[in-house]
Each structure stands twice: as structure tokens, then as C-alpha cells.
Design a binder for this molecule. Structure first.
Ligand SMILES: [Zn+2]
Length: 169
């Protein structure tokens, strides 16, 4: 029995594939850039950020976190030729709503001692200040020896309330 989400995938994909005509795109992103943004369900990166199929890498994780994205960014730049990063966090981010100790308490309650042990010491990397978090992540990427100085890096905030994007730096 397919779950509703599995059924949705099959149905919607069948429709998508029946109209699909872009199977000849090259592997390296045509516009040579990578976007790091949050996994938040309210963000549609392709539409909101103007990304056409084949143009860019979109790396998503909780918070649009640069440290989490580093592995993918190195692959994007060194193996697939991208030379610019757009770091885009957003208003109303879940990462603004908790502290590390809160997340660890939930983990311990829901997953028990074994789960807590596996995740002990993990920094969930929540942040209390949105613009400062954008600045910190851009600073981290610029300081990283894994990201060459030639890579253009900018930081942005997307507003889930308006759909607008604003440059922080
Ligand atoms: Zn978020």
C-alpha cells in the first residue's frame, strides 16, 4: 500500500514526466552558482530565487547552514565548476525558535538514552539573530580554506511573509 505521499509522488511525477523535455541538460550548472538555503517548506527556491532547471546547485538544510553545506559546496566548486555562492536564510526560520539544550531535551525525551548518546555534543546550530546569522555564515565561508578567495559570496534574507528577498551583505 502506497502512503499518501508515495501516491502523490507517483501521480504528480507521471504528469511531470509526460511533459518533460529537458533531459539533455549538462551536469555542471549552466550559470555556475550555488545557493545555500533553508529546508523550510514555505520556500520554493526555483520560483522565488529565479533558478531555471540546470542553472544552479541548490543546497538545502535546516537553517541554510553554511557549515552543513560545506561538503556540497566543495563538490559544487571543485568538481562542477561553480564560482559564486548565494547564502539565503529567511524570516520565521525554525532555527530562531530553540536553543541547543531545548533540542537535546526533546531528543532525550523522544529517542531515549541511546538516541541522546548518538547525538551528544551535536551543535544543532540554532541562531537568535537572523541577520547576524547570515553575516556569520558568510564570514565562515570567506574564512574557510576550502572556499577559494575567487568565489563570490553574498548573504540574503528571504521573507516568507512577502516572498521578497533582501541583501544583507
Ligand atoms: Zn528555516
Amino acid at each position: 500500500m502506497a502512503t499518501p505521499t508515495q501516491a502523490n509522488l507517483k501521480d504528480k511525477n507521471a504528469h511531470y514526466a509526460s511533459n518533460f523535455k529537458e533531459g539533455q541538460l549538462a551536469l555542471p550548472p549552466a550559470k555556475k552558482y550555488a545557493v545555500v538555503t533553508c529546508m523550510d517548506a514555505r520556500i520554493d527556491p526555483a520560483a522565488a530565487y529565479g533558478i531555471n532547471l540546470g542553472d544552479a546547485h541548490v543546497i538545502r538544510n535546516a537553517g541554510g547552514n553554511a557549515r552543513d553545506a560545506l561538503r556540497s559546496l566543495v563538490i559544487s566548486e571543485q568538481l562542477l565548476g561553480t564560482n559564486e555562492i548565494l547564502l539565503i536564510k529567511h524570516t520565521g526560520c525554525g532555527m530562531l525558535t530553540f536553543k541547543n539544550e531545548d533540542a537535546h531535551a526533546v531528543v532525550e525525551k523522544n529517542l531515549g538514552a541511546a538516541g541522546q548518546q548518538e547525538l551528544s555534543g551535536l551543535d544543532f546550530q540554532p541562531f537568535p539573530d537572523l541577520e547576524k546569522a547570515v553575516e556569520d555564515d558568510v564570514k565562515y565561508l570567506k574564512a574557510s580554506k576550502a572556499i577559494p578567495d575567487s568565489i563570490m559570496i553574498s548573504g540574503w534574507v528571504y521573507e516568507v511573509e512577502t516572498g521578497k528577498v533582501n541583501q544583507v551583505l
